[in-house]
Design a protein around this ligand. Structure first.
Ligand SMILES: Cc1cc2nc3c(=O)[nH]c(=O)nc-3n(C[C@H](O)[C@H](O)[C@H](O)COP(=O)(O)OP(=O)(O)OC[C@H]3O[C@@H](n4cnc5c(N)ncnc54)[C@H](O)[C@@H]3O)c2cc1C
Length: 475
């Protein structure tokens, strides 16, 4: 590849902080609020003009990971609980207790943005929108500054402790810290895929079970014939919209590495096209969707998996199904190993990647690394099989503090979906309720580290747990 030389230059330092959080998604939001409330001078940097990450830029919902299967015990608390109780009182999220006991909190993506603005401002977090964290400068195993790229040019911010909540581990990568990508066998990552909002669903039209089945069969046939590129024959649910007549659909998928910009570009185009194809098909074939219309495709294609920071500790898929407990637990992960086919396949009856996948056409993973697939031999496809991919009923896997701490850079923590975990654990821990709970912990820990000399490894897990519990967090 040909190269050009970029001359070195001095950058203006536009601020100095105790804690800088890169990325304002579910994992970054609660981290910034938690750090500021714990007394740290905190900056939150976000590349878009609004906060929320996949909850808003991806129109993803509902909030999952909020309770253990087979139990009503909440798995979230602290800032996360406050966030959704406040959204409920604004009429922007489902009733808190009822939603948690159902296992998911539906909300309005626009309300999420407003609540995020409000809580960030109330907590006294300094906010810098429209700013990409473009680089991390490192000296002696410590990040000394982050480089921001924006309309204002290239600028630097200095922070004692840095939290990477970019979802994709951008700070980790730019700082030269260790990270992994995808599954061990071939590095393939869960497929991307967008949720989109559709209006005009007519709830007054009664759709019989037979009609529903007939509709699904028709979609399946179109998928098998290659006329539709959808993995899911359903029209969707309320997800990240609470408005009458609106649906939030989760049917598309695109395989590839979402840290590669060319792949991302193809994904945006393909997934948008597939979303429109789905809508047009539904209008023709679903009795309640005759007058359906596209309200919005998301500003950013849905991103599931990319870089995982190499941490002092690691959460594994086995930890999830064993419901492993940890002495340094800082959050609870009750969701199941929900791996969206990394090959982006849409034809198989299941969208899961596990031992019971119908494996048609033959899958290299299935043929060469069968033992690495989650689940068990002969596991039935469907809900019964799925049950085996959850922590046992009423239980959860603990997220240990060590999985938030970089193994390489002493003042670097991760929050949200880019913490230290393997591919299987990632597919469970990535849900937004869990990411927000991890953010609670990352923010509090960063403030504690900033009180000392900024070394995240020096934070005493027992004191962190005490502080989190005092704030109402579940850990
Ligand atoms: C199609 C799909 C469906 C899903 N369904 C659900 C669901 O129903 N329920 C559920 O709970 N979870 C669901 N998830 C998972 C969930 O949405 C994500 O795992 C979760 O949002 C991760 O939170 P995060 O904060 O770690 O990362 P993200 O939500 O990705 O947020 C990262 C933030 O960082 C910002 N950012 C990134 N890079 C930079 C940079 N260099 N500089 C500055 N800012 C940066 C981004 O703009 C973004 O705001 C789904 C995901 C997808 C893709």
């Amino acid at each position: 590849m040909q190269t050009v030389h970029e001359p070195a230059r001095k950058l203006p330092i536009i601020g100095e902080y105790d804690v800088i959080v890169a990325g304002g998604g579910p994992g970054g939001l609660t981290a910034a609020i938690g750090a500021a409330r714990a007394g740290a001078k905190t900056l939150l940097v976000e590349r878009y003009g609004f906060l929320g990450g996949m909850a808003t830029a991806g129109l993803v919902g509902p909030i999952l990971g909020v309770k253990a299967r087979g139990s009503d015990e909440p798995m979230i608390g602290g800032v996360t609980e406050e966030f959704f109780r406040s959204m409920e009182s604004m009429g922007q999220a489902g009733p808190y207790e009822e939603s948690v006991s159902r296992g998911g909190i539906p909300f309005n993506a626009e309300g999420f943005k407003l609540m995020a603005d409000t809580m960030i401002e109330d907590a006294g977090v300094a906010l810098r929108l429209h700013s990409v964290v473009a680089d991390a400068l490192v000296e002696d195993g410590r990040i000394t500054a982050l480089v921001l790229e924006s309309k204002s040019g290239r600028e630097a911010v200095v922070g004692k402790v840095i939290i990477d909540a970019t979802g994709d581990g951008d700070v980790v990568a730019r700082a030269g810290a260790g990270y992994t990508k995808g599954r061990d066998a071939d590095g393939a990552m869960m497929a991307m895929g967008s949720m989109f909002h559709v209006g005009g669903h007519d709830g007054s039209v009664e759709v019989t079970t037979e009609q529903q089945e007939e509709f699904k069969r028709t979609v399946r046939e179109a998928i098998d014939a290659g006329e539709l590129n959808l993995y899911n024959p359903a029209i969707g649910g309320k997800g990240s919209t609470r408005s009458p007549g609106m649906m939030s659909a989760n049917v598309t998928r695109f395989a590839g590495d979402c840290t590669d910009t060319e792949t991302l570009t193809h994904a945006e185009l393909q997934v948008r096209r597939d979303s429109w194809d789905a809508l047009n098909f539904w209008r023709e074939h679903h009795p309640a969707m005759t007058n359906a219309y596209m309200v919005q495709t998301p500003p950013n294609v849905g991103l599931r998996e990319s870089r995982q920071m190499v941490g002092l500790d690691l959460v594994t898929g086995k930890d999830m199904t064993d419901a492993r407990r940890r002495d340094d637990a800082v959050a609870r992960a009750p969701y199941w190993i929900d791996i969206h086919c990394p090959l982006g396949r849409v034809k198989n009856e299941t969208h899961l990647c596990y031992k019971s996948c119908p494996n048609d056409p033959p899958c290299p993973m299935y043929e060469e690394h069968y033992e690495d697939l989650p689940g068990e031999d002969g596991t039935p496809n469907g809900p019964e099989g799925r049950r085996l991919l959850y922590p046992k009923d009423g239980l959860w896997a603990d997220v240990p503090y060590g999985a938030l701490v970089s193994a390489d850079i002493e003042n670097l923590l991760a929050s949200g979906r880019c913490i230290s975990m393997d591919h299987q654990a990632m597919s469970a821990v990535r849900v937004m309720g869990t990411c927000m709970a991890i953010g609670d912990a990352a923010g509090e820990a960063a403030a504690m580290a900033a009180d000392g000399d900024g070394n995240a490894r020096d934070v005493a897990a027992s004191e962190l747990q005490e502080r989190l519990r005092a704030n109402g967090a579940a850990c």
